[in-house]
Ligand binder design. Structure first.
Ligand SMILES: Nc1ncnc2c1ncn2[C@@H]1O[C@H](COP(=O)(O)OP(=O)(O)O)[C@@H](O)[C@H]1O
Ligand SMILES: [Mg+2]
Length: 229
């Protein structure tokens, strides 16, 4: 064996150059391994109406699994990735071009980006999948009230949840969408997110609030602003 080639193989992992020392099938194996280790990043999106628990659930998932958590709304605020502050909605208007450039710098094996903006992003790799967190409308109303949100904004968000707006937006981007109900125990949703990231999403799974609404006329009054009869 030529000692120069051997040295090069030890010093620097360059399978293409090591053709002299590696049999062909090994070279292919190393090239594939190199590609997967360096380049393949799985990006999962988690969307949902504000208050459905995206940040809480994804934070727990990523802490347990060692995956990377991108709390996009917080990052937009902290890194100034916005165009302006909308006084009426009391929220920042994201600068999507800058946000997308920033996503290009992400590194990690599994990255979970959570935000209601997920369907409007262009990640550096195609979405591995998009999950939608859902929450029963009366529980969502309570969570948003606890946040101190204005009543008209709460009504707007609860209506979005009932209509499944985030799901509709996600379906415009990916073939399969997996809805996870986070009205109950956080740990149940955490496990469900972990399972779906590991195993992938084979079919659409839906959560539907129509049965809840049928039995809760009071709630229809709330949504309609008192004009439902
Ligand atoms: N399964 C759950 N049970 C009870 N409270 C929850 C649950 N999931 C989230 N919460 C609470 O709901 C509120 C909104 O959650 P958050 O993660 O901020 O939602 P999002 O990021 O979707 O806006 C937080 O106060 C959080 O602690
Ligand atoms: Mg959040």
């Amino acid at each position: 064996m030529n000692p120069d080639h051997e040295l090069e193989r030890l010093v620097c992992f360059r399978p293409l150059e090591s053709r002299v020392t590696l049999p062909e099938h090994k070279e292919i194996f190393y090239r594939l391994a190199y590609f997967f280790i360096v380049y393949v990043m799985r990006i999962v999106g988690v969307t949902g109406t504000p208050g459905t628990g995206k940040t809480t659930v994804v934070r727990k998932v990523c802490k347990r699994e060692g995956w990377m958590h991108v709390d996009l709304n917080r990052w937009i605020k902290e890194r100034g990735l916005y165009l302006e502050y909308d006084e009426y909605h009391r929220s920042y208007v994201a600068d999507l071009d800058t946000v997308n450039k920033f996503l290009g710098d992400l590194r990690g094996e599994i990255v979970i980006i959570e935000s209601h903006l997920v369907p409007f992003l262009s990640p550096p790799e195609p979405w591995e999948g998009i999950l939608v967190l859902r929450c029963r409308p009366d529980i969502l109303r309570l969570r948003l009230r606890n946040r101190g949100m204005r009543e008209d904004k709460i009504r707007e968000n609860v209506l979005c949840e009932i209509l499944g707006v985030c799901t509709y937006e996600a379906m415009e981007v990916v073939d399969r969408v997996y809805e996870i109900d986070n009205s109950g125990r956080i740990l149940d949703a955490v496990r469900e997110v972990e399972r779906s990231v590991r195993e992938g999403v084979e079919e659409n799974i839906w959560v539907d609030w129509s049965k809840f609404l049928e039995k809760n006329e009071e709630f229809m009054e709330f949504i309609s602003g008192g004009e439902y009869s």
